[in-house]
Design a protein around this ligand. Structure first.
Ligand code: A2P
Length: 287
């Protein structure tokens, strides 16, 4: 633009030009990492007033495109598990990228300094309060269902309440296990957790990753591996029973239904915030 045009432009602009509307409940992106062409994680600032329990989810999103007729923009919001623990200064999320997904097709392009919408009303059933005391806690995840467990694995209460924590993660490919694998490594090196929980706290974590569509040390769906007894043999622990074991499940719908039935067969009952029992389930976010 040349200077004279710029001057003309300014002269024709109303003095109080309306500003672009600020996003409601805006938070600023502080970090983005792409793990595969289908998966990424990101961190945002945390509203000072937001309190949540590790394992809960919130609605997050972006403004949609302006309506063709009215020019108005509406927010596109989806439920996302908070992947960071309740004590963290920031909030972390782990997301799939769906090429035609109304939200994730846009969200996958966010960069440090961008803003997202975050409604500060945390809810969810994957919380310690929804389970009765037990010896061993199982986290069963597929795909991005790992997110709430990324929160709970960094939550000191998890190690205070249980003698052992088994985290199973089934993904299609080895690359899709990377976020979880990196997190487990990070936890093992975490000085703050070690100071709080004792040097050996991480020995309570039994990590059991499996893949279904790419070669890896342990292949197969976790449900099949449990039916065959292979999981219990590999880990050297007794099959799941209602006296010792508690479970949290987060994955795709078919997985949730299948494992729910299996847990019921082992004698576990589904709990809720208002009625704690032996296991709880939540659907992983899918666009
Ligand atoms: P599979 O490759 O055999 O379908 P997705 O990426 O589609 O959400 O799937 C994540 C992982 O969950 C995949 O490894 C997939 O295995 C597995 N999975 C899908 N449905 C079930 C189910 N009903 N029980 C156990 N695992 C499942």
């Amino acid at each position: 633009m040349n200077e004279s045009l710029a001057v003309t432009d300014q002269a024709t602009q109303p003095k109080t030009a309306p500003k672009a509307p600020a996003l409601p409940d805006a938070q600023t992106v502080t970090f983005v990492k792409h793990w595969t062409d289908r998966l990424f994680s990101f961190r945002v600032t945390r509203p000072a007033s937001l309190r949540f329990r590790s394992g809960e989810f919130v609605m997050i999103g972006l403004m949609g495109d302006p309506d063709e007729k009215t020019g108005k923009q509406k927010p596109i919001l989806r439920a996302y598990s908070i992947a960071s623990p309740s004590w963290d200064e920031e909030l972390e999320f782990y997301s799939i990228k769906v090429p035609d997904g109304p939200l994730t097709s846009k969200l996958q392009n966010i960069k440090e300094g961008d803003q997202i919408i975050l409604r500060p009303k945390p809810v969810g059933t994957l919380v310690h309060d929804a389970l009765l005391p037990g010896k061993r806690l199982w986290f069963f995840a597929t795909g991005t269902g790992f997110a709430p467990f990324a929160s709970l694995l960094r939550e000191p209460q998890t190690y205070e309440d249980y003698e052992e924590v088994v985290i199973t993660h089934t993904c299609r490919t080895v690359g899709e296990l990377a976020y979880g694998a990196a997190l487990i490594e990070e936890i093992k090196q975490d000085e703050m957790l070690a100071e709080l929980m004792g040097e050996d706290f991480h020995k309570k974590i039994r990590y059991y990753p499996t893949t279904t569509r790419e070669e890896s040390p342990k292949m197969g769906r976790i449900t099949d591996l449990m039916r065959k007894g292979e999981v219990f043999e590999d880990l050297g622990i007794k099959p799941i029973n209602p006296e010792d074991d508690r479970a949290m499940v987060c994955g795709n719908l078919a997985f949730n239904l299948e494992i729910k039935e299996m847990l019921e067969d082992y004698g576990l009952e589904e709990g809720a915030n208002s009625d704690p029992k032996q296991y709880v389930v939540e659907k992983a976010f899918v666009d």
